[in-house]
Design a binder for this molecule. Structure first.
Ligand SMILES: Cc1cc2nc3c(=O)[nH]c(=O)nc-3n(C[C@H](O)[C@H](O)[C@H](O)COP(=O)(O)OP(=O)(O)OC[C@H]3O[C@@H](n4cnc5c(N)ncnc54)[C@H](O)[C@@H]3O)c2cc1C
Length: 441
């Protein structure tokens, strides 16, 4: 007799493994199907934001990784604005108000989450590439490429941005809407001394280039194209060689002897949230549900938050014996309330930044003036610890407004409107203080 699982989860990334953990920990019989074999890589900036770190802590994963020296806490870092204004904070140790961010390799952390799920009772089945799912008599049959079949009362599609399963279910009808790249640079061969810097050169707005340093000093160099910009996803590859490789900041921090550990690789992003993420006895989760922020391209923490919500809703639905689409709509509403309502604000902010790059110059000036207290709030809103509406609150809006007025007065507003072509009128060169901790002016 084939076992019947309460839940079959397709995909053991942060979304699938986290939901498997919380379902199994609550006593559900769970099959966690993964097409790869761990340890498996996943192209990423490797930046884990505070909500994800909190969940990793709940699972005991972060403590384990930290004790093994595999976590690089992001303490010294900042941003470089479109006209090259920069703020990079010094490493002042842990500050209470600063949102926690850490660089951890996906190759390592994804496996630990999946093993944690296995440890609390989920059955982790690797090399299980799902090709087909069908629902009949309230039971899902999940078929794999190699002929194996799994039966489940409920199905979770957590199979990433391409979301083959979500598309097979007919809920997701479009392809991924953007793209990002990653290239690892060997530790000890570069000049990058910060933990994490976001670089907003005009050629990639409203996207950005990110550098995160790992605990062994390797750098993760990423480039994110975000909706609302002028560079279509198909042009990221040429942008990397034509602009990113020649970018003055990137050249300076990499230096002449930087050794790439790989060629830049591209992977899709599905941003902004799918309008429907549930149905009769199924749920879409993580990138498969488009739960990635359109302003940052970050989706690990949102995937994990949604995974916890999905587990809670499913436990309740099982208790009530009701796995109908109507009952599972509680999941869609809950993640929308938790972070999804922020996505339209993020998308609008991206469009505004593209049109008025001065907004990011303003953020850099405000950070230079107000230091860590401003940066902590900026970071909290960007990393999902606080809603994006924080930018409209007096403690953000007042310093930003003052910085904007100062910039307009000193340079003239029109110079900061992006022109019809990619290059804004004021050009781009970075201030050299981006390389070291900025002294406040
Ligand atoms: C270049 C790049 C950089 C990024 N940087 C960051 C960052 O720094 N911080 C951040 O928060 N987010 C970042 N993101 C977004 C982040 O990677 C995703 O939001 C996150 O991985 C979503 O997790 P997930 O579990 O939904 O999907 P995934 O991590 O993609 O996991 C999906 C899993 O499903 C498996 N799978 C797929 N199809 C099948 C199948 N048919 N059968 C069985 N298994 C299957 C895959 O092998 C994979 O293990 C980045 C994305 C890209 C592309």
């Amino acid at each position: 007799m084939q076992p019947v699982y309460d839940v079959v989860v397709v995909g053991a990334g942060p979304a699938g493994a986290t939901v498997a953990y919380f379902l199994a920990a609550g006593g559900k019989r769970v099959a966690l199907l993964e097409k790869a074999t761990f340890p498996r890589d996943k192209r990423c900036g490797d930046a884990w934001c505070e909500p994800a770190l909190d969940i990793l802590e709940e699972m005991g994963v972060i403590q384990e990784l930290d004790s093994e020296g595999l976590v690089q806490w992001v303490r010294a870092g900042g941003l470089v604005s479109p006209s090259g204004l920069s703020f990079t904070s010094p490493d002042e140790g842990e500050r209470e108000s600063a949102p926690r961010v850490a660089a951890i390799r996906r190759m390592v952390c994804d496996e630990r989450i999946a093993r944690a799920a296995h440890h609390v009772g989920a059955e982790l089945i690797e090399r299980a590439s799902v090709t087909d799912v069908t629902l009949s008599d309230d039971l899902w049959t999940v078929r794999c490429k190699d002929g194996r079949r799994f039966l489940g009362r409920c199905l979770i599609a957590a199979d990433g941005a391409k979301s083959k399963i979500a598309r097979a279910l007919g809920v997701v009808t479009t392809g991924a809407n953007s793209v990002a790249s990653r290239q690892y640079i060997k530790g000890g061969t570069h000049n990058f001394t910060s933990d994490g810097v976001l670089l907003y050169p005009p050629y990639v707005l409203p996207g950005y280039v990110a550098l995160f340093r790992h605990s062994n000093d390797d750098i993760d160099l990423g480039c994110y194209l975000l909706p609302g910009g002028r560079v279509p996803p198909t042009q990221l590859k040429s942008l990397l060689s034509a602009e990113v490789a020649k970018d003055p900041y990137v050249r300076e921090v990499l230096g002449d002897h930087a050794e790439p550990l790989e060629r830049p690789g591209l992977s899709p992003l599905r941003l902004g949230g799918e309008p429907r993420t549930h149905g009769e006895r199924f749920i879409l989760l993580g990138d498969a549900a488009g739960q990635t922020d359109p302003l940052t391209g970050e989706g690990i923490h949102t995937a994990m938050i949604a995974a916890k919500i999905a587990a809670r809703v499913l436990h309740e639905a099982f208790d009530e014996g009701d796995l109908s689409a109507r009952r599972l709509s509680a999941y869609h509403r809950a993640w929308m309330k938790e972070f999804g309502r922020d996505f339209p604000i993020s998308a609008a902010a991206g469009r505004a930044i593209n049109r008025f790059p001065i907004l990011l110059d303003t953020a850099a000036v405000a950070a230079q003036r107000h230091g860590a207290s401003f940066m902590d709030n900026f970071g909290a809103a960007m990393t999902g610890v606080k809603p994006k509406s924080l930018f409209l609150s007096p403690r953000m809006a007042v310093p930003l407004g003052a910085a904007l007025l100062g910039l307009i007065r000193s340079r003239g507003a029109t110079a900061y409107r992006a022109g019809p072509r990619a290059e804004p009128a004021h050009g781009y060169s970075f201030a050299h203080n981006a390389l070291r901790s900025d002294a406040r002016p």
